[in-house]
Design a protein around this ligand. Sequence first.
Ligand SMILES: [Zn+2]
Ligand SMILES: [Zn+2]
Length: 447
Amino acid sequence: MTKSHYLFAVLTTSAVLTACSSSLPDDEHPTQKNHSHHNGHSHNGHSHNNNSNRESHVPLQSASTLYSQINLSLFNPSAMSQTPEIVSCTLENGLQSECAQMTVKYKPDDLEVGPFCPKSLDEDGGIWQWDGDKEGLYRLDGEFFEMLKAQGYSFYNDEGQVFITGDGAKPKYPNTCINMRADKEVEMTLLIPTNPMKAATPNELGTVSKVGISLSGVPIFSDAPSVLRTGHLPALDTCAGHVDPGGWYHYHGTASDINTVYEKEGVQAECQLTQSSSALFGYAFDGIGIYGSTEENGEEPTDLDACNGHVGYVPNKLEKVYHYHASTNFPNLPKCLIGVMAKNNFSTTAKAGVGAEGVGAKQGQPPEQGRPDRRQGGNGQEVNERGMGIPPGFEEAATKLGITADELFNALNNAGGPNANLAEVAKVLGVSEAELKAALPEPPPRR
Ligand SMILES: [Zn+2]
Ligand SMILES: [Zn+2]
């Protein structure tokens, strides 16, 4: 086994596959009068161009499962690379069930994303949840970067130009604002149970991190990475989304009710998507609907459980159902998921980035296999962004080379992952091949 093989083997067993995200374009709101946009993709040429037709497709709740259940006709067809369908699936508790299977594009065709990093201190970029001193949600502007500089994080030069990297290039500065490159070819497949079932214990999002999918067709993840960990800042746009190292856009908050958070936290930012505090934003991976922060009457619910859910009336439903609400602080997502998720509920064809799910997918192997879905301390899809889940070998080797583990990983990954030509990687990193080989850990002895 070559050294780079060894590192990747370690990575695949220690990293988790997950990403982070959430949100939805205005015209996707279920509470809006005209639903023809979403319904255009519906099955078999059957059209649902008005509310009453759409309503007839809402499955009747059985007496035992009063949950806000997934309704495929509400999803944005421009996000789908394949027509969504109902398939059989295995739940994490081992039971066979049915799931909605959605394969989405790197981003919906009709969704404008960004801006993320501002080019200079004079510009406003997206937002960031700063977790150092004076923690909180901030607009990515001159004032914010000056505050970080006072704390020892220099994201800009003497001319006030922000250090930005993108296109998979390695950050040249210890503190770099990161705009990941989008990959239009990448697809993600999500599995969401159609009949939610309560789990024995709620799934904490801190360890699961996969939240769900917005009606706009954008995956939702929790746990945005921390600058404190890597020094770098993978900027979110003002709708709380950004591009994963794998090249696909995802949300880290409830985009359809994020302006409520800005108001509450006094952040000068605005998401241009249609905002509604009571609309259905999307569905969690346990199959349960996620709404904005208020009920239809505009009031904030007072009986929410630990996951930010409760039983109550929701728009367009006659019975009370269990559903989640967005919180009014960032990240404005449910805190945990009460229901059972499907096995292998998220996979992607992404080849780049630590989403290295693509590495597995390429070999015809379900990306999540051999890669635990729960990694302590975070989620795998964010591995690259937050530097967690990088195997110890990477950290040590990177330190020896004077670079970050992310940079080392990216260089190896971009050069072919397990088959990386170390001479080439050394060149990219600006070190000699001998230095690189000396820094990489020895593979464990074979028996
Ligand atoms: Zn992310
Ligand atoms: Zn409610």
